[in-house]
Ligand binder design. Structure first.
Ligand code: EPU
Length: 419
């Protein structure tokens, strides 16, 4: 296992290129199995989750070839069975359900488990498939779905915590090959959903309204191969922007879509960070002091849950009390007890973290628990005086392409060691 050793206390300075979005790339790869023809996805980030999705598609019978920053997927023939040992390792693998059902009329996909950030149910995915006419049973830990013919239908996909991102993706993919028209209401509006709709349309699907709460999918008989470029990763961009601010540095992010980052940029400016936009690049500059803030995570275009942990670290440096409320995932505060080891003063009150700042952070060994919590610990390590060792960074490698190399380029003293 690898750890990152960070000698903190230096501002990040320079330029960093943001990679393609993990959360766009994974459903895009799944969508490629909707056709027998080859699909090329460019700007694919080199991440363990992406490699893993490749393995899942290979296990279904597809040919998956990575070549530099692109992947070519051809599913000439495909089988509809996805094994527990594969699916349990990555929750996003659930988004093969819709494509398999649409392509084959049946699918048997292991029921994904919960994860460290919460229980992560899939009831809305299944509700959507049922509405399209699939018969679904849960047998031996597998979701068994079958449909003679999928038929378009009105589907309300809102849940307890609002819309579902992968659920919307799954239903959109299944509906693309259904007979007739599907109208998804309370659809997720995330840019990753729009990216998927664009790819599906390039494959011959008829999808309108992606990016709004109502998506209309007019089913077509067949999809064909297409080439597509993944959108830049807004959460990686948010992470570097917050890291630049927290270390009181100045960083220019290139290959970003500022319009996907409004809620994060707005918060950063509110707490006293300067942001300069220039087309597809953004400069983040901070000298401190920072004002405290109240932040609530929400579905897009609200503040993303995937940037909550990182923002919590910045708020430890703000002058006063900040309240950070998590509304998407119930247990997404695993980073808080680790941040306390660095000296942060954070109390959990129900769904909120009450952060008292400013607190000087001091390096310590900490343990990564999930992807975004790990990113928060890295930012904290960059801020802290002295040495921080972030252990179990395989979480980080799931979602951040070459994060240590990118940070070194910005002047951080970061080393990867094997333990
Ligand atoms: N939910 C249900 N029923 C469902 C599905 C979801 O109740 O059938 C609930 C969830 O429990 C949660 C809320 O709805 O409370 C939103 O979950 P959503 O389904 O939108 O999450 P997801 O699609 O499984 C994606 C990202 C997550 C990101 C969330 C929210 C991918 C691969 N994952 O997950 O990314 O946090 O949307 O934006 O796209 C990450 O990258 O670190 C990560 C966890």
């Amino acid at each position: 296992m690898y750890a990152l050793v960070i000698d903190g206390g230096r501002p990040l300075e320079g330029q960093v290129r943001i990679s393609g979005a993990k959360n766009a790339a994974l459903p895009l790869m799944a969508a490629a199995i909707l056709t027998r023809e080859p699909c090329v996805i460019r700007g694919i980030p080199r991440l363990s989750d992406v490699a893993f999705m490749g393995r899942i598609l290979t296990s279904l019978g597809a040919s998956v070839r990575f070549n530099g920053g692109s992947v070519t997927i051809q599913a000439s023939r495909i089988r509809g069975f996805a094994d527990y040992d594969l699916v349990r390792k990555m929750r996003a693998s659930v988004c093969i359900l819709g494509p398999l059902l649409a392509r084959l009329g049946h699918a048997q996909v292991s029921y994904p488990g919960g994860c460290v950030i919460g229980p992560r149910p899939i009831d809305l995915h299944l509700k959507g498939m049922r509405a399209l006419g699939a018969e679904i049973t849960i047998d031996g830990g597998y979701v068994c779905a079958r449909a003679e013919k999928l038929r378009g239908a009105p589907i309300f996909l809102g849940g307890r915590a609002g819309p579902t991102v992968l659920g919307t993706a799954n239903v959109m993919m299944a509906a693309a090959l259904a007979e007739g028209t599907t109208v998804i209401d309370s659809a997720a509006c995330e840019p990753e959903v729009v990216d998927l709709a664009n790819f599906l349309n390039a494959m011959g699907a008829k999808i309108a309204g992606a990016g709004s709460p109502t998506i209309t999918v007019t089913g077509v008989k067949e999809l064909h191969g297409a080439t597509h470029e993944v959108i830049p990763d807004r959460i990686e961009a948010a992470t570097f922007a917050i890291a630049a601010a927290a270390t009181k540095g100045e960083v220019t992010l290139t290959h970003v879509r500022p319009e996907h980052l409004r809620s994060v940029l707005d918060k950063l400016m509110e707490v006293g960070v300067e942001i300069f936009e220039n087309g597809e690049s953004l400069t983040v500059r901070a000298a401190g002091p920072f004002r405290p803030s109240d932040i609530t995570t929400q579905p897009y275009a609200g503040f993303p849950t995937d940037a909550q942990a990182q923002m919590t670290v910045l708020m430890t440096q703000a002058d006063g009390v900040s309240i950070i409320t998590e509304r998407i995932f119930e247990s997404r505060f695993m980073h808080v007890s680790e941040l306390a080891r660095l000296g942060a003063n954070i109390a959990i009150e129900g769904p909120s973290a009450v952060v008292k700042g400013p607190t000087p952070l001091r390096g310590a060994p900490v343990m990564a628990s999930d992807l975004r919590a790990s990113a928060a610990l890295v930012i904290a390590g960059l801020v802290a005086q002295g040495r921080t060792r972030v252990r179990r960074i395989y979480h980080l490698d799931r979602g951040y392409e070459m994060i240590d190399a990118k940070l070194r380029k910005l002047g951080a003293r970061v080393r990867r060691i094997s333990e």
